[in-house]
Design a protein around this ligand. Sequence first.
Ligand code: SAM
Length: 238
Amino acid sequence: MKRRIARILKGVARRLTPNKMLKPHKVHRNTVDRGYEFSNTWFEGNRPQWDTFMEKFQPRMLLEIGSYEGASACYLIDTLAHDADIELHCIDTWEGSVEHTGQYPKPSLVEARFIKNTALAIAAAAKSVNLVVHKGKSDTHLPKLLGENMQERFDLIYIDGSHQAPDVLFDAVVAFKLLKPGGLMIFDDYLWHDPSLGSFDTLRNPKIAVDAFTNVYGREVKILNAQLRQMYLIKHAQ
Ligand SMILES: C[S@@+](CC[C@H](N)C(=O)[O-])C[C@H]1O[C@@H](n2cnc3c(N)ncnc32)[C@H](O)[C@@H]1O
């Protein structure tokens, strides 16, 4: 009996070890191989453009809306904490987006990966990394940051949370107040649409929101010349 219980407990423990829990996802190794575990390659196509802009702008105060397993966060740490201290704020519910309905892995697994991956990046960084995690929705945390006197404090803001147009517009308008004059704002998936929807629904994609934002804030931003898979703009210095 004792042996049977021990066997059952061993089986449970084996199933609960992080690697086993994460096994159903295909593991992708990042180019900088620190042992990262990513289940997708969403970020990979951005690297060449980001490399150019990171070198040009050298941002140090960073805000990311939508972190998932930390691919973009690890890129920022790997790329920028080489020769200067950085502060990286990450906002995510770790519950997935509307378009992930039915396919989002267990939130705790994705969040565990984010924690593990960013810890690996921070451990390897030459300079100090202050990682500030804001768990919850962006419509709660962005206003909170504004209320904490973080206006115009960020050099780089990456908007990659909800891809629903009303959410993207909200994130853009509020995050813009947090961006320094001269700072860089990046919208992911400018031309993306949800393939799971039978028909094209403009309000369930970022584009209409990014267009509305860049039109209304047209006098305050300059759109950078880049491939349109993402939209890059800088806030005019006053
Ligand atoms: C496309 S993933 C982010 C990918 C990540 N930047 C990367 O490079 O791997 C989108 C993330 O946004 C989060 N998210 C969706 N809607 C959100 C919201 N309203 N507020 C905060 N996070 C949200 C999801 O939980 C998900 O982890």
